[in-house]
Ligand binder design. Sequence first.
Ligand code: UDP
Length: 237
Amino acid sequence: MKNQLLYSGKAKDIYSTDREGVILAQYKDQATALNGVKKEQVAGKGRLNNQISSLIFQHLNEAGIATHFIEQLSETEQLNQEVSIIPLEVVLRNYTAGSFSKRFGLKEGIKLKQPILEFYYKNDDLDDPFINDEHVAFLDLATADELAFLKAETLRINEVLQALFADIGLTLIDYKLEFGRTKEGQIILADEVSPDTCRLWDAAGNHMDKDVFRRGLGDLTDVYQVVLAKLEDKFKK
Ligand code: UDP
């Protein structure tokens, strides 16, 4: 099933498979922050993120969002539709946190009047700079129609994800999405949705996401395990 290594990322290795247009994502036990400056092996992280992301993508598929997710294969592996990733990090914020709080000098956890969407240019050498619509056009990253679709789809995904996390007692503070183009040119949701890519706070304001690692607040696997258990309980897996 697993053939040639196509790409090795910070959190996942991507392999070709015997199926045309299908790739295998192997989630790794590596945690990184600050664009890879902080890096650690964390036993169990790959399994937790693969399981969490699989449950969330399954739910998004069922909610009518087109995604790359096909099926979970094993604890650390899943099958995805092959896409060409658009080098944009689409960030949606429901509450202030992280770089947004820093930029505007605001404490974290203030509810925004309406969700705020941001784009970052996915480029490690440049440290993923913040960019606007005109930069996206200048860099030829997406057409105006595609950009409008990315925005509308990210807001639609926000409705599904906010409801899902609210159901398990977590507030979706913000998150990052990546989209890809299929061979036919359709744009679908790709990459992962997990506590690596979402900020999730519990009712007491505890960080249930990668900020635990970024800020040295505690054990990452303990926290991710709680998120997985809540999702499994919701989906009665
Ligand atoms: N994020 C991500 N990958 C990145 C940068 C950000 O998944 O390379 C997520 C992050 O986990 C958070 C959201 O995007 O849920 C917004 O992150 P922010 O811009 O506040 O940056 P940070 O404070 O994490 O550097």
